[in-house]
Design a protein around this ligand. Structure first.
Ligand code: 13P
Ligand code: ZN
Length: 273
């Protein structure tokens, strides 16, 4: 068995490939990180090498000390991962206090983890505490309908959540917590990482105006499905706007009824008319 055959690497490759097929990853757009389980680490350890230098993460994520992450390389195209995982992705190990990382596998032709690694790490850190370690996947995609929607709807969590929930009945079931939206910020740095992780304390979905979407989830399927659902709802919203706007749509009582049926608690702030 080689590294690329391990189940978690296969799951990662499938998700990256599916995202590329959706048209969410033009060029090197978007990136994916996965926090390894103890079982993954046991299987992958024979392939690790510890000869690369420690590098500053620019954010300190103490609760993730010594954890391992499978991550997209910066500048790499997600569509190419399936052809050459060793050249396009890497496993990075954090040091004891979560302030530095080193590459222990992958990126065999050189390179570094995604420029959004600070945002990924801070989101993993927040979700690690919020879910008791259940969430393992953070995914960033350049989702066209969501980006288009940031051109027409102001960055307001309540307005966005209502707009997306109203576009498709399943939405409040898939993301009952709603979505958070950031105004435009410079990407790739510490500031946007901190702002995104603040939203992730409350939501599993964070939208970056004029840029794309970040989602967090337990496993590859659920995280990909969440991204897909948000993007599809945004697409329906934009189609409706292009067709002349909403003539009728779902009402607050409809969301309350869905919540009762599925045993969900929807935040009060999204249930005001
Ligand atoms: P990377 O190539 O560094 O992953 O950047 C892509 C991207 O989407 C930046 O937001
Ligand atoms: Zn991006």
């Amino acid at each position: 068995m080689i590294m690329r055959d391990l189940p978690f690497v296969q799951g990662y490759i499938h998700m990256a490939t599916d995202g590329a097929h959706q048209g969410w990853h033009e060029r090197n757009g978007g990136n994916l990180t996965y926090r390894l389980t103890p079982e993954d680490i046991k299987l992958a350890k024979p392939f690790f090498k510890y000869d690369k230098p420690w590098v500053d993460t620019t954010v300190v994520v103490k609760n993730l000390g010594n954890e391992f992450f499978l991550a997209t390389g910066t500048g790499k195209f997600l569509k190419n991962i399936k052809y050459d995982p060793e050249g396009n992705i890497c496993i990075a190990q954090l040091n004891e206090d979560g302030s530095k990382y080193r590459i222990v596998w992958g990126l065999v032709n050189g390179g570094a983890p995604t420029s959004e690694f600070p945002s990924h790490l801070m989101n993993h850190s927040v979700k690690f505490d919020a879910t008791g370690g259940k969430h393992h996947v953070i995914y960033h995609a350049h989702t066209p309908a969501v980006i288009a929607m940031t051109n027409v709807l102001e960055p307001d969590d309540v307005k966005w959540t209502r707009a997306l929930w109203s576009s498709m009945t399943e939405c409040p079931v898939v993301f009952p917590g709603g979505v958070g939206v950031l105004p435009w910020m410079v990407c790739g740095g510490r500031e946007i990482a901190i702002a995104t992780s603040e939203l992730m304390k409350e939501y599993d979905v964070a939208i970056w105006s004029f840029h794309g979407t970040f989602v967090s989830g337990e496993n590859f399927d659920l995280t990909y499905g969440l991204m897909h659902c948000v993007e599809k709802a945004a697409d329906i919203y934009m189609r409706t706007m292009a067709a002349g706007g909403f003539k009728q749509t779902m009402q607050t009582q409809n969301f309350i009824d869905i919540a009762a049926l599925f045993g969900l608690t929807l935040p009060e702030k999204f249930l005001k008319d």
